[in-house]
Ligand binder design. Structure first.
Ligand code: BTN
Length: 269
């Protein structure tokens, strides 16, 4: 193993068995946001499977305009450009599938069990260890490209986070009690993302939804979903075939939710 664990294309390529993801790999010491660069490159014609990886980000972005703290040498900040043939309505399920890919990769490399909080949070022991930001461009009712942005706190010391976030965040190292090879994890991530992408392209949504449900920390709980103009509460019953959350409200009515911030109000366990 490369002892400094600095990213190198050669190390990532060694033994990598992907056909598409990682066809081109671009590595940077520092970027504003890997998703921003990925979007620019995709708009300029970068091929499907292109990977952008940064050792640190100065403007790492999360959902809902939040920032993603991205200190150097310790995390994975990675974006993958994909050009799916799926219709634009399938974008949510790509986010969910990416969560499954990360959970699988983390489990494979570290034995830790990531749980997924709908739609895109990666949790370890109820604390956030990372997140996924999927963005895309739709042209003529087709997905021109999507960017899967993955941020993971790998060897991050918890002191890197602002004091108010300390009770809410964690890293793989903090949970495992030992350093983890970022390179091994990047390789596994690329392989798992490719596997999920091919599954979705072949129409195996049901399988992905089933697997996501197994990793879910949201289903079966009484939750509140807040979005820009509404707050809805209900039982998180299941995901539908597009990846939307189906909520059963207290009056029995079903509501299909496609976006929002989830707070778990009651765990029936
Ligand atoms: C979230 O927690 O809401 C999502 C966080 C996603 C962070 C990753 S880091 C790599 C990629 N580039 C970004 O600017 N954001 C994503």
């Amino acid at each position: 193993m490369n002892m400094s664990d600095a990213f190198s294309e050669q190390e990532i390529r060694r033994g990598l068995v992907t056909k598409l993801v990682g066809k081109d790999i671009h590595i940077f010491d520092e970027l504003g946001s890997t998703n921003d660069l990925a979007k620019t490159m995709a708009s300029n014609g970068a091929p499907s499977g292109t990977v952008i990886l940064a050792d640190s980000q100065t403007k790492g972005r999360g959902r809902m305009g939040r920032s993603f703290i991205s200190p150097p040498g310790v995390g994975i900040y990675l974006s993958v450009i994909l050009r799916p043939t799926l219709p634009p309505g399938r974008l949510p399920i790509i986010t969910l599938g990416s969560g499954v890919a990360v959970a699988r990769a983390v489990n494979e490399v570290t034995d830790l069990k990531i749980l997924l909080k709908w739609p895109n949070d990666l949790l370890l022991n109820t604390k956030k260890a990372g997140g996924i930001l999927t963005e895309g461009k739709i042209e003529n009712d087709e997905m021109s490209f999507i960017i899967i942005g993955i941020g993971l706190n790998v060897n991050t010391e918890i002191e890197h986070f602002p004091p108010d976030l300390l009770p809410l965040v964690t890293s793989l190292k903090a949970e495992k009690g030992e350093r983890i090879s970022r390179t091994a994890l990047v390789k596994e991530l690329l392989e798992q993302i490719e596997w999920i992408f091919f599954q979705l392209e072949q129409g195996c949504e049901e399988r992905i939804i089933k697997e996501w449900s197994d990793y879910s920390t949201t289903l079966g709980k009484w939750i509140r979903v807040s979005s820009q103009n509404s707050v809805i509460e209900g039982l998180a019953e299941r995901l539908d075939e597009t990846g939307a959350m189906v909520l059963r409200r207290s009056d029995g009515q079903l509501e299909r939710i496609t976006a929002g911030e989830v707070t778990i109000i009651k765990d029936f366990k």
